[in-house]
Design a binder for this molecule. Structure first.
Ligand SMILES: [Zn+2]
Length: 308
């Protein structure tokens, strides 16, 4: 098991990289500093977190994760919104834009969830954030003007930090793939929810939601991003039928990247399918619009022409 979620430290001297590893290892273990601000988890919540940790680790392994630090309930904090806002202004601002109620802080080696969610929201948020936690992550050692070592995040799953830009490259790809894995995980939890030791009442609350609508997990977050990704996967499959048996086979390759951090296989496939420069374009400009989005654009355009 890894000491922290960090897969790689780059730059700096060997000594500085070792120091950074130690620092993140300590952050991973020392979660007590959040004790005073977090809501104490109920026994049901604790059991659910353990089940989600197990299942996400298993799925991560199937997609090529070599080793991933187990995300202990100690590394998940349920905290009042206003306190979180104050403590993590930058990270919070980024996530608030996406209208989410939880985030993974690589620096703190912790998942934070806003207090007051029901058990199904908690399940979704924790499963989603655990994939960010277990995915590939790297930091770069940089020097402050005074010569002190500083650490800047470089990668998180698919995402590549672009220092002078608001958005990371492949940010939407990272969320889309993460959220598809999340939906898979929720179905897995629904299947085993009677056998993880949680109370019948909570187990029923989880089962009922998904019995009513088995697709519900898909619609919990990042629907646009997932639809764009699905369109892309479909198009790749259509043009590479000699190589893939079905669309899920193509998805496997994209999911593996989250855990291995390796972009090269998907980069080659996208360049071969869509032409030179297309991989970088998707990274910088985001996933291409879906056919439905394009149709809507066209309708609006036609309407504008008519009006003017
Ligand atoms: Zn996310």
């Amino acid at each position: 098991m890894k000491e922290s979620s960090i897969s790689k430290i780059i730059g700096g001297t060997e000594e500085e990289r070792k120091e950074a590893e130690k620092l993140f290892g300590n952050a991973f273990r020392e979660q007590r500093m959040f004790k005073s601000i977090e809501h104490e988890k109920t026994p049901d919540e604790l059991k659910l977190l353990l089940a989600v940790d197990n299942l996400t680790s298993e799925i991560a392994k199937n997609y090529g994760a070599k080793e991933s630090a187990s995300v202990l309930p100690d590394n998940v904090h349920i905290v009042d919104k206003e306190i979180l806002k104050k403590l993590f202004l930058d990270e919070f601002k980024m996530e608030a834009k996406k209208n989410l109620s939880g985030f993974f802080s690589m620096r703190s080696q912790a998942v934070f969830v806003i207090e007051g969610q029901n058990i199904n929201e908690l399940l979704y948020l924790v499963a989603h954030e655990m994939y960010h936690f277990k995915g590939y992550g790297s930091f770069q050692v940089k020097k402050s003007p005074e010569g002190e070592a500083r650490y800047a995040q470089r990668r998180g799953g698919w995402g590549i930090v672009m220092p002078k830009r608001k958005q990371n490259a492949f940010q939407d790809m990272d969320e889309a793939v993460t959220d598809m894995l999340t939906a898979k995980t929720i179905s897995g939890i629904v299947d085993q929810v009677d056998n993880i030791g949680i109370s019948k009442e909570i187990a029923d609350e989880i089962k009922n939601k998904y019995q009513e609508d088995p697709e519900a997990a898909y619609y919990l977050g990042y629907v646009f991003e997932k639809e764009r990704l699905w369109d892309l996967l479909t198009e790749i499959y259509r043009k590479n039928k000699d190589r893939f048996e079905n669309i899920d086979d193509v998805f496997d390759l994209f999911a593996k990247t989250i855990f291995t951090g390796k972009l090269i296989n998907v980069a080659r496939l996208i360049e071969k399918t869509f032409g030179k420069g297309s991989f970088r374009k998707i990274g910088e400009d985001g996933l291409p619009k879906t056919e439905t989005e394009k149709e809507i654009d066209k309708e609006l355009e036609d309407m504008e022409k008519e009006v003017n």
